[in-house]
Design a protein around this ligand. Structure first.
Ligand code: ZN
Ligand code: ZN
Length: 300
């Protein structure tokens, strides 16, 4: 029982195994959120394969889970055909991820399983796979309040928040936050000023005990990546401060970044938080295999 988060895939765009990425990991997006024995999964990148193996090892049967897709770019769905629990008819998975209903979700997940790409058809998966539509609203799922909001990406993407017992975790990946900052021109002139985030998005993030967000680029890299759909890590620092988040996990690491480069990016982010007098904000790079217990802070 309790509120736990585990990172199974923290890389963006494409799996990047190898000695240069072994600290933060090479698998693409997948985060497990376990709240009082209810299984939530954010994204089905290649990390989902390992989560599936781990779920089988845990021995619980049947398995019921809720899979939230931020969007259907390859790095967020490619683990699905390799997720062994979907082959067991005893298991049930709910899939959320689009405001356009069942047909679209089915098309997105089954498309990559057409016979030219994969030997097993989506329709031959044993488990019961159901879809639901969160829209941009909120819904209570097995006692957990889940909210969904649209974000800026190619497509777009969706962010999700999970709340229970005064604890809140937000998963907000593949969102080019830099496109929506309110004082964009001022920031272009002077990147050291606080990047102001729109109020409606801050409302969605507000008070997160853990904010998991995509900070793929450094400030130096971003000018050549404008419109790619990902944020500057430094912008996430400003966002977490304004949202009064307690911890910021930076994820969706750039495939070109070695462990040393990710480490340096995190060091720079911590320095920025200190410069804004927010050294109590915990900032870290999401690492494959890392598991956190989310506690309500004392006094809350
Ligand atoms: Zn992505
Ligand atoms: Zn994407």
């Amino acid at each position: 029982m309790g509120f736990y988060v585990k990172f199974w895939g923290t890389r963006g765009s494409i799996p990047t195994p190898g000695y240069l990425t072994q600290v933060y990991g090479g698998n693409t997006a997948c985060v497990e959120i376990r709240i009082d024995d209810v299984l939530f999964i954010c994204d089905g990148g290649s990390g989902l394969r390992e989560l599936g193996l781990n779920l089988l090892k845990r021995g619980k049967s049947p398995i019921t889970g809720h899979l939230f897709l931020s969007h259907a770019h390859w790095d967020h769905i490619q683990g699905f055909p390799f997720f062994l629990p979907v082959y067991n008819p005893a298991n049930t998975f709910w899939v959320y991820g689009s405001s356009s209903g069942d047909t679209r979700l089915y098309r997105l997940l089954s498309g990559q399983m057409q016979s030219d790409y994969f030997p097993v058809k989506f329709s031959d998966l044993g488990a019961k796979i159901l879809s639901d539509d969160l829209g941009e609203g909120e819904k209570v799922i097995e006692g957990v309040k889940v909210r969904c909001t649209e974000q800026i990406h190619h497509g777009p993407s969706y962010g999700y928040s999970f709340e229970k017992d005064d604890r809140k975790v937000v998963y907000a990946t593949d969102h080019e936050v830099d496109q929506v900052i309110v004082n964009k021109e001022e920031v272009e002139r002077d990147p050291s000023v606080m990047r102001k985030i729109p109020d409606d998005y801050l409302d969605f993030l507000r008070g997160a005990d853990l904010l998991i967000a995509d900070g793929q680029y450094t400030d130096e890299e971003y000018p050549k990546r404008i419109g790619f759909g990902h944020a500057r890590a430094n912008t996430l620092v400003d966002m977490a401060i304004q949202a009064e988040a307690r911890q910021l996990a930076i994820t969706h690491h750039e495939p070109l970044h070695s462990d040393d480069m990710v480490k340096q990016k995190i060091v720079d982010c911590r320095k920025r938080a200190e410069d804004f007098g927010a050294s109590e904000l915990v900032i870290f790079g999401a690492r494959e295999g890392m598991e956190l217990r989310i506690d309500a802070p004392k006094g809350r």
